[in-house]
Design a protein around this ligand. Sequence first.
Ligand SMILES: *Cc1c(COP(=O)(O)O)cnc(C)c1O
Length: 375
Amino acid sequence: MSNKTMSTQSQIPLVDLRAQQQEVQQQVNESLAQIFENTAFIGGAAVADFEQSYASFLGSGHCVGVGNGTDALELALRASGIGPGDEVILPANTFIATAEAVSLTGATVVLVDVDTEYLLIDPLAVAEAVTEKTKAIMPVHLYGQTAFVEELSPIARACGAVIIEDAAQAQGATRHGRSAGTLGDIAGTSFYPGKNLGAAGDAGAVLTGDAQLAQQVRLLSAHGSRTKYVHEVVGRNSRMDAVQAVVLSAKLERLAGWNELRRQAAVRYSELLAGVAGVTLPQQAAGNQDVWHLYVVQVEERDRVVAELNAAGIGAGIHYPYPVHLTQAFAHLGYNEGDFPVTERAAGRILSLPLYPHITEEQQLRVADALIKVL
Ligand SMILES: *Cc1c(COP(=O)(O)O)cnc(C)c1O
């Protein structure tokens, strides 16, 4: 037992959700008791309540709860009419799910590079990648930053494409005061447990200001049916369940506060690491209020640095070590090494430090000390 206590004290995980869970436990337990009492397990009032609260938290017109973030993106694409023969532009520096969602619709993934400073989709690269087949542009609000959607909008308008935001890492982030997930035509988000707003399992949502698009997503996510056994289109099953909805509702009440704690922790890292040779610190773009899903620094000899940090009990991570075009899954796209130099260079240098709302000052000091020593 003392060994276990010692090891939990000495380890600093990349993400620690226990304190978050404790804050909502009582409230969640009460809601769960009700769900099991009235056995409304899928959809129902709990899900509708969460959908409304989340839409109003973001300032979005409509929120449709679905099974997970990848489904949310795929349903957003399908509802927008994207399918075989269409091209969808997205950044090479993203989690694989953005590209998977496009492939699952039968559309073609077109990758572009990111900017050097924030590692977000590069609007100039998007403009160059547009063809007459381009039907959608998917900015990814990576690491808790909001991508520069206002620079993509004129490009989209000019070619008749829609903007589908991947807002999975930016819950509560804003750009010029507007929420990530409300800046394009439609957005998908994920409530995977480790996201800023995380469920107790898989869940996701589609957000849009367009009532008809929202209806279409709901239709597609529920077997193509509005009325039981009346199936208008071939849909699928991707619905949010009530258990996830009550967990999410309880956490949503605290999300702004937790995001603020993340922001403070990010500021603290930036102070602790200011002026340290060999490490490039993340910056917040002008106009953005980032929510620090991840605190991503860049270093030389990244693999050695990660290995030594991990050996010192620090849960450093890499988001993401393999750019989409260099994965086996997307080798068929035919891209080569060297095609997206900014993404590829970053993939060898990025390092995510432990960050979660309840990380302590003492833990951050230890992380910073360990990093400085390893460098
Ligand atoms: C987590 C994530 C997703 C996918 O979400 P799931 O709920 O795991 O399917 C999509 N895009 C990005 C950028 C993510 O971080």
